[in-house]
Write a protein that binds this ligand. Structure first.
Ligand code: PCA
Length: 204
């Protein structure tokens, strides 16, 4: 059976909950048409996460790769347009931080998502879920994983689509924060299911 690799992340920085974990776990093993979803949670660790991710890609041999990350404070589901060859920002969960560093020394400067990001946004908006394309995935772990997925896909013909979607906080996380918007966990999951459906459809 063909596989769709779906990754999420563990909690990090000021976020004691990462709603991507629940989505990935809930969808693990489910099917969309002929695709089986294989869900995994990655560490928020610049050393470990790319290793875990590339190992998973080798093991699962997916045709589609969709990675999810939390962007606490956003209001809309945000498919990312581009990943850049930069690591920078706050400390990861192992206490390591980078400044202006490349992800891959001789890698391309950037990769565009190969997910159908416009169709995902349109499908979600039509279904009543706020969504918009984001033009920056930042320079932290999410950008790093998106870059690695697209780097791998650029060198592997089996992968037909790869990319990244940032999601807003869940109610649970928003309540703990006190000052950020939140979605119900049910709506977050439903919106991601619709987005994955669009990914599958786009490469039929
Ligand atoms: N969001 C972070 C890293 C892990 C996550 O869920 C980011 O946007 O880089």
């Amino acid at each position: 059976m063909v596989k769709l690799l779906l990754t999420g992340f563990e909690p990090f920085l000021t976020n004691p909950i990462n709603p991507t974990m629940d989505i990935v776990r809930a969808l693990n093993g489910k099917r969309i048409d002929q695709y089986e979803i294989v869900g995994h949670v990655l560490s928020v660790d610049f050393q470990k996460a790319p290793e875990q991710f590339l190992k998973l890609i080798e093991e699962v041999k997916p045709t589609i790769i969709v990675s999810l990350g939390l962007a606490a404070g956003i209001t809309k589901i945000s498919p990312e347009r581009v990943a850049i060859n930069v690591k920078d920002g706050e400390k990861d969960n192992a206490g390591n931080a980078f400044e202006d560093a490349p992800i891959r020394e001789n890698g391309d400067v950037a990769y565009f998502s190969t997910l159908p990001i416009r169709k995902i946004v349109n499908r979600l908006n039509t279904a009543g879920f706020p969504a918009a394309i984001s033009n920056s995935a930042g320079t932290y772990l999410c950008n790093n994983i998106m870059y690695e997925g697209l780097y791998y896909a650029a060198n592997n013909e089996r992968i037909k689509a790869a990319g990244f979607i940032h999601i807003p906080a869940s109610f649970e996380l928003a309540i703990q924060h006190g000052r950020i918007p939140g979605w119900s966990a049910r709506d977050l999951q439903k919106a991601i299911e619709l987005a994955l459906g669009e990914c599958v459809q786009s490469i039929q």
